[in-house]
Structure formats: C-alpha cells, structure tokens
Design a protein around this ligand. Sequence first.
Ligand code: NAP
Ligand code: G4F
Length: 339
Amino acid sequence: MTRRALVTGITGQDGAYLARFLLEKGYDVVGGSRASSGRNLWRLEALGIEREVRIVDLELLDSSNIVSVIEHEQPAEIYNLAAQSVVSSSFRLPVLTGEADALGAARILEAIRKIDRSIRFYQASSSEMFGDAPESPQSETTPFRPRSPYGVAKLYAHWMTVNSRNADGLFACSGIVFNHESPLRGLEFVTRKITHGLASIALGRGDAVELGNLDATRDWGFAADYVEAVWRMMQAERSDDYVLATGQSHSVRSFCEAAAEAVGFRLVWRGSGTDEVALDTKTGRTVVRINKEYYRANERISLVGDATKAQRELGWQPRMSFADLVRMMAEEDLRRLRR
Ligand code: NAP
Ligand code: G4F
C-alpha cells in the first residue's frame, strides 16, 4: 500500500525538497500550508511537483485544524517542518514564534497521542538551540544554551519530541539541523541575500548588498542532502535525535567572496568595522557594504556541527561541498534574473 506522509511547511525550502524526495520514494504526499499566507507555491513549481502533492490547510496555531487534518488524512508519517524560521524576526515576534515553533509541535504530538499513536513524527530542530554552546563542534551531547526566542521555542519543541518518545512511547525523532541552503532559500537568509544581490548587480540592476556581521560563521550544507537524512531517521527501527551538519564552518565574508567569483566579480575589502566595504577590482564598484541594522543581538559566532552519529547510525553524509553550493546558488540566481 502507498505510504502517506503529511509534510507541514510544504511551501518552504525544505518542504519542497522533502516532498520531491518522498514522491521519488513512491509516497502519497500531503502538504500542509496555512491559508492565511496566500499559498506561495513557487518552490514546488521550481521542482515541477506542484501537481503531484495534495495541499491542505494547516495552521500550526490552531489545534482543531491540526486534529481534523490528521484524522482525515491518516498519515503514516508526519514531518513537522513548518515554523517561523527567521531568527532575527523572532526577537520582534517572540510570542508568535513560540506559538508556532514551540506549541505548534506540541499540538501535533497531542493530536498523534489522541488519534493514532502509530504515526511517526519528525521535528525540525535547529542548531540555534545550542546558542552559546560550551564546546565546538556541537553534537547530540552538547548542552543547549539558546540565545534567541527562535532557539528557545525550538528547544521546547525538541524536548516535547524527546519526551513523547521516552514517556509516551511514540516514534518521535528530532533532527538538530545546521544551516542548509539552496536556490530555493528565502531572501531573508544571508546566503540567498548575497547570491541574489550580487547576481542582480552583475546584471546591472540593484545596489550594493547590505550585510551585518561579515565574520559570523555558519556550517552551511545543501538542503536536498539534508532531507534524505530526515527520511532515514523516520525509517529507523527506533526513533532518536541526530545532528545534521557538514562539520565545516565558513564566514559570511568567504560566502561573499565565493558568490562574487561565481557572478564574475573579484572582491577586495577596504575599511574596517561598520565602514568596511567590498569593491569589485575590475570596475571599482562597491558591491557589499555594512548596515548595522543587520547585526544580530546576542549572537554567538561559532556554530559548527558534528554529525558522526548520523553517519554511523543512518549511513548519512552531506554530499555537496561549500564551493559547489555557493556556485550553484549564484548561477541559479543569474539564470532566474536573466529570465
Ligand atoms: P522556510 O523556508 O522558512 O519554511 C517555513 C514553512 O513554515 C513555510 O512553508 C511557512 O509557510 C510555514 N509556516 C510558517 N508559519 C506557519 C504556521 N503558523 N502554520 C503553518 N505553517 C507555517 O524554512 P525551511 O528553511 O524550509 O526550514 C524548515 C524547518 O526546518 C523549519 O522548521 C526551520 O525552523 C527548520 N530549520 C531550518 C534550517 C535551515 O537551515 N533551513 C536549519 C535548522 C532548522 P508560508 O509559506 O505560509 O509562510
Ligand atoms: O542566514 P541567517 O539569517 O541564518 P540563521 O540565523 O543561522 O538561521 C537559519 O539557520 C538556522 C540553523 O541554525 C535555522 F534554524 C533557522 O531557521 C534559519 O534557517 O544568518 C546566518 C548568519 C548569522 O550569523 C547572521 O548574523 O549570517 C549573519 N548575517 C550577516 N549579515 C546576516 C546578515 N544574516 C542575515 N539574515 N542578513 C544579513 O544581512
């Protein structure tokens, strides 16, 4: 019989890649999307799968809606990817972020407990839960010290997932996932902001890209690699938690340099602090400048993951390198902008 999966957050980056992956595995994919945001299907369209998934109204803030979707669809697996996922916004919207990212997961777990305890559950947890971590790299045993309302909300959902497994016996797993990017990444995140911004300048449109902390580092992988690990977690004999990461960290500055090269610029940095700028050596044009608005309060700079457990137990390793990821994103932005 065809296995049915319910993917919350289907309109997001990971929702689109996971839906494509599950369809390739022969799943019947039901995608949850909140009606209130106007159903933006561009990512599913970009992957050519918008007609292959069935979209249902699913709002994380509404328990009764969650219960009726699960009762009606009877999925074998639920992947909870929906979230207010922008860390900087969570400082301005701490309560909404908690409602969606913390209580949203709790609402789904409660519904599973009441409707059908055999439904498998995946929670999209985040490396932001580590926050001011006492060690680097971070693994499943690293203590959590979140430094943003987003990290705090995700930590609640993570512990509810762990508790549902340990206290209630549900199959509930959590991916403690480090940053993963793609051409389908939202423009509010730094990687796509850079590739889209530099591609626009290269095509003669747009002004310098304005960024915050250039020396912030992240462990950046490719989103399509990560959804495979998520699926593997859900097929395991027993549920558990896994860090998903590349183990390599790069700075925002080096992301800029790689993206600039992919669109035909060569960068030279001038000045310091908030006066620092990047010029293209060929044209002398300023292509990156600093805007204090994008500096983040409370940020711990070095987050890098140790995914040894996922490699050992799930046989998973990310495939795409940092250089290939940046080039692919920049080239895809050039292609889209030319169209
Ligand atoms: P994304 O592109 O921002 O997608 C988020 C999805 O959640 C969108 O489909 C959005 O729907 C939906 N959503 C937001 N609020 C909702 C609500 N109240 N009810 C129902 N749906 C709601 O995020 P992503 O990058 O794909 O990430 C997927 C998940 O992994 C998120 O939970 C994120 O926090 C987590 N995560 C991501 C990363 C990463 O690097 N990408 C790393 C660690 C963890 P609309 O289209 O209606 O806005
Ligand atoms: O791209 P970002 O906004 O991603 P962030 O905050 O790490 O969050 C993403 O990854 C998390 C995994 O740990 C997810 F849980 C979360 O949902 C989301 O997908 O920022 C990356 C880094 C930060 O250090 C930030 O301070 O880039 C730095 N940065 C510098 N200038 C900037 C900018 N970030 C953004 N968004 N915009 C800037 O102009």
